[in-house]
Design a binder for this molecule. Structure first.
Ligand SMILES: C[S@@+](CC[C@H](N)C(=O)[O-])C[C@H]1O[C@@H](n2cnc3c(N)ncnc32)[C@H](O)[C@@H]1O
Length: 264
């Protein structure tokens, strides 16, 4: 039993699995309840590669932020569906390269928000926004008041669009990218459309949650109208690998895909 099982802060229902806490469990974290672990174990029976995917996703996050803060010269980060702070958080990676970098973390999970706030209590350039991604206009307005969206911003949507059905997902991406200046970037990582992912989808659906795996072509559609940063939409380990990335892709080809685009 984890410490959190002993009491539940306001707004947290320990009996309902949450996306953020199941992800934390898959990453080997301890900020999860029995219901999250049960859900995690059942999904991992169908997709044993999930912990590896989660780990690759965090490695990707590090590489993407290093590229954006370094080579791309970006100083503002809007991380939508930020999750529980874990290894290499966006503000840590970005501010190591650009100490003045500003970061707004957005999530609607009370545990993720509480952790983000505790971790960030000492930093003035990093903010936590309690908002639902289904309200992109509100996210833009609040992010603007926290870090001025008059300069290019990196919009991060890592491992979250596969929880959103097509119509909403495209609306959210379009609204956010329409609201940021030219020179802004969008970074996406996403469950691939593999046979095992489809099985997991049915399981999620039966549990009342939705997961929408997508092909690389479908993920590329989110980046339409943007200039794709090489190497384009690829499996996570193939996106600008560095020495932290194992050469053999044990996740399985296209188990999870990603891409980064720049608004012209
Ligand atoms: C799998 S985690 C990904 C975390 C992080 N982006 C990463 O890639 O490591 C997905 C996150 O999206 C958040 N999320 C899910 N639905 C959301 C919504 N409607 N509004 C805001 N955040 C949401 C969850 O709470 C969770 O923290």
């Amino acid at each position: 039993m984890n410490a959190h099982d002993e009491g539940s802060p306001e707004g947290i229902n320990p009996n309902e699995p949450s996306i953020a806490r199941v992800y934390d469990y898959a990453l080997g974290g301890k900020d999860n309840f029995a219901a999250d672990r049960e859900m995690g174990d059942r999904v991992m029976e169908l997709m044993p590669e999930i912990p590896l995917m989660a780990r690759h996703n965090r490695l990707l996050l590090g590489r993407v932020v290093r590229f954006l803060a370094g080579e791309a010269g970006i100083g503002r980060f809007l991380d939508i569906g930020a999750g529980l702070p874990t290894m290499e958080n966006v503000h840590e990676v970005a501010q190591a390269i650009r100490p003045e970098a500003k970061v707004v973390y957005v999530d609607n999970d009370p545990v993720a928000l509480a952790h983000a706030r505790a971790l960030l209590a000492t930093t003035g350039d990093t903010h936590v926004l309690d908002a639902d991604m289904y309200e992109p206009e509100r996210i833009l307005a609040e992010a603007d008041s926290l870090m001025d969206l008059d300069q290019p911003v990196a919009v991060m949507m890592l491992s979250m669009l596969h929880f959103v059905p097509d119509e909403d997902a495209h609306r959210i991406v379009r609204t956010v990218m329409d609201g940021v200046p030219a020179g802004s970037y969008l970074a996406i990582s996403h469950f691939g459309d593999t046979p095992r992912a489809r099985k997991a989808t049915s399981f999620y659906r039966a549990s009342g949650a939705q997961v929408v795996p997508r092909t690389p072509e479908q993920v590329a559609e989110f980046l339409n109208g943007l200039d794709l940063v090489p190497p384009g939409v690829v499996s996570l380990p193939e996106w600008r690998p560095d020495k932290s990335v194992p050469e053999v892709d044990l996740m399985g080809p296209m188990a999870m895909v990603c891409g980064v685009g720049r608004k012209p």
